[in-house]
Design a protein around this ligand. Structure first.
Ligand code: PEP
Ligand code: CO
Length: 441
C-alpha cells in the first residue's frame, strides 16, 4: 500500500473543499493550528472505540445528535446547555426503554463546514458562491463574506474549544445529574394523545433511579457524571490535517474530534476525504445513501477498515422513509455476504427533507419516526443490529420540522426558523421521538 500521511489526501480527488486564493494566509493558519493543543485526547478516543464495539454487537446504543451546522454566533451558554440537556434526557429515555447503556455523541464542537449540492446561489439577480459553513465563509449575502477565508479555521478551533471546555465542565459538575426528571419541560405532553404513557415513562425513570440509589447506596456519584463525545463531518481537510497528530502509540489521530465522519457527497472511490479518514486511528463513520453501488460500498469499507476491526467503522444509512425498504435490505446483505464488521446506525433526517410551497426546507416528524421504525425492523428481519441513531436536533424551541405532539404545520415554520442549513427537531420533538423509539422496538 502506498504510504499514508496527513497530507496524502491532496493527491486524491478533492470535492466540496474551499479554494483559498491567499496561499500565504493558508500556510500561516495551518502552522498556527498545528501548534495549538489537541481538542480531544487519545484516551477518550480509545474509550469511545471500545464502546462502539459494544454498540455493533447490540450491547449499547449510539445516540448521535446536534445541529446540521453550528455557527460561531450561536456558541452561547444557553445553546450549549440546552443541547447537552436534550441529549442527556433522550439518552435517559433510551437507557430506560432499551435496557442498555447509551453512548452520547454530539454533532458539535466542530460541525462548522457544510457540503452543498450547488456551488452558487442567486438572489434578486445576484449570483454568489454558496455559504459553506462558518469554518469556510460567511452567511451574509455579499461578495466579500462569501470568499473562503483561512482565518476562519482559527475561529473554528477557538469556538470548538470553548464549546468542549464548557461541556466538559458541565458534565463533570453535576449538570448531568440524572436524578431530576421532574425538571424536564414536558408541557408538550399536554398536547399529546399519549400523555399518560409519556408521564408514566418519566415516573418509571424516577422510580428506577431511586431504587438504584437505595440498593447501591453510593450510586449518586455514578449517576452524576456521564461520558460525552464529540463528532463532526471531516470536510475541511486543511483544518483536520493541521489537527492530526502522531500519538505515543505510533498511530496518527484526528485530534479535532472523537468521531469524524465522511458525508454522502464525499464518499466515493478515490475521494480525498476517504483517503484522510483511512489513515487516522480514530473510529470513523461514513454516510451511506441510496446512490452508492454495492461494489463501491465494499471498496470504501475495505479502504476505511482494512483489518475488518469491530468498532472502527460506523455506517450511517440515510435513505428516506420512501426508499429504506428497498435500499437497506440490499446493503445489509452485501455487507453480511462480504463478512464486513460494521456498526449500523440510522440517520432518518437527510433522506426526508422536503420544501414547503413557500420554499422552506422542512422535515415531517412522522417521516423521521417512520424511517427509524423501518430501520429497526429491517435490521431485525435480516439478522442484523441497528446500533444507533443520528439526528439533527436542538435544545431550543424552534419551528423547523413539522408534526409532533403540537402538530406544527407548514404555516407555523416561519415563527422560529433559525437553522442555517437543514431543519432540526426542537426540544419537544426530540424528546417525543426518543419516547416513540423505545415504545416500538
Ligand atoms: C449532514 O449530515 O448534515 C449532511 C450533509 O448529510 P449527508 O452527507 O448525509 O447528506
Ligand atoms: Co444536515
Amino acid at each position: 500500500m502506498r504510504s499514508w500521511s496527513p497530507e496524502s489526501w491532496l493527491e486524491k480527488t478533492i470535492k466540496q473543499m474551499p479554494h483559498y486564493a491567499d496561499q500565504q494566509s493558508l500556510d500561516s493558519v495551518n502552522h498556527q493550528l498545528s501548534q495549538h493543543p489537541p481538542l480531544v485526547t487519545v484516551n477518550e478516543i480509545v474509550q469511545l472505540k471500545k464502546q462502539l464495539v459494544q454498540a455493533a454487537t447490540g450491547k449499547r446504543f449510539l445516540l448521535q445528535g446536534g445541529d446540521c451546522a453550528e455557527s460561531f454566533s450561536e456558541c452561547t451558554t444557553q445553546n450549549i446547555e440546552n443541547k447537552l440537556k436534550i441529549l442527556l434526557q433522550m439518552s435517559l429515555i433510551l437507557v430506560h426503554g432499551l435496557r442498555k447503556p447509551v453512548i452520547r455523541v454530539g454533532r458539535l464542537a466542530g460541525q462548522y463546514a457544510k457540503p452543498r449540492s450547488a456551488d452558487e446561489e442567486t438572489i434578486d439577480g445576484v449570483t454568489l458562491p454558496c455559504y459553506r459553513g462558518d469554518l469556510i465563509n460567511g452567511l451574509e449575502f455579499n461578495e466579500a463574506s462569501r470568499i473562503p477565508d483561512p482565518e476562519r479555521m482559527l475561529r473554528g478551533y477557538a469556538h470548538s474549544s470553548m464549546t468542549l471546555n464548557y461541556l466538559r465542565a458541565l458534565v463533570h459538575s453535576g449538570f448531568a445529574d440524572l436524578h431530576h426528571p421532574e425538571n424536564w419541560d414536558l408541557n408538550f405532553v399536554e398536547h399529546s394523545p399519549k400523555r399518560d404513557e409519556y408521564l408514566s415513562v418519566v415516573n418509571d425513570i424516577q422510580n428506577s433511579i431511586e431504587f438504584f440509589d437505595t440498593i447501591a447506596g453510593l450510586a449518586t456519584d455514578a449517576l452524576q457524571r456521564v461520558d460525552f463525545f464529540a463528532s463532526h463531518e471531516a470536510l475541511n481537510l486543511h483544518y483536520e490535517q493541521a489537527l492530526t497528530r502522531k500519538a505515543k502509540d505510533g498511530n496518527w489521530y484526528c485530534m479535532s474530534t472523537h468521531l469524524p465522519w465522511v458525508g454522502m457527497r464525499t464518499a466515493f472511490k478515490d475521494s480525498a476525504h476517504i483517503e484522510y479518514l483511512a489513515g487516522i486511528h480514530n473510529p470513523v463513520a461514513m454516510k451511506v445513501g441510496p446512490e452508492l453501488s454495492a461494489e463501491e460500498l465494499i471498496e470504501l469499507i475495505e479502504k476505511l477498515n482494512p483489518n475488518n476491526e469491530l468498532g472502527r467503522l460506523t455506517l450511517i444509512h440515510r435513505f428516506g422513509v420512501d426508499k429504506i425498504e428497498k435500499g437497506l435490505p440490499e446493503i445489509i446483505r452485501i455487507v453480511q455476504k462480504a463478512q464486513k464488521n460494521v456498526l449500523w446506525i440510522c440517520d432518518p433526517m437527510h433522506g426526508n427533507t422536503r420544501k414547503t410551497e413557500s420554499g422552506i426546507k422542512t422535515r415531517e416528524f412522522a417521516d423521521i419516526l417512520g424511517e427509524l421504525q423501518h430501520a429497526f425492523k429491517i435490521h431485525a428481519d435480516n439478522g442484523s443490529i441497528l446500533g444507533g441513531a443520528h439526528f439533527e436536533l436542538t435544545g431550543e424551541n424552534v419551528t423547523e420540522c413539522t408534526g409532533g405532539a403540537r402538530g406544527l404545520t407548514d404555516s407555523d415554520l416561519h415563527q422560529r426558523y433559525k437553522s442555517l442549513v437543514d431543519p432540526r427537531l426542537n426540544y419537544e420533538q426530540a424528546l417525543e421521538l426518543a419516547m416513540q423509539i423505545v415504545k416500538r422496538v
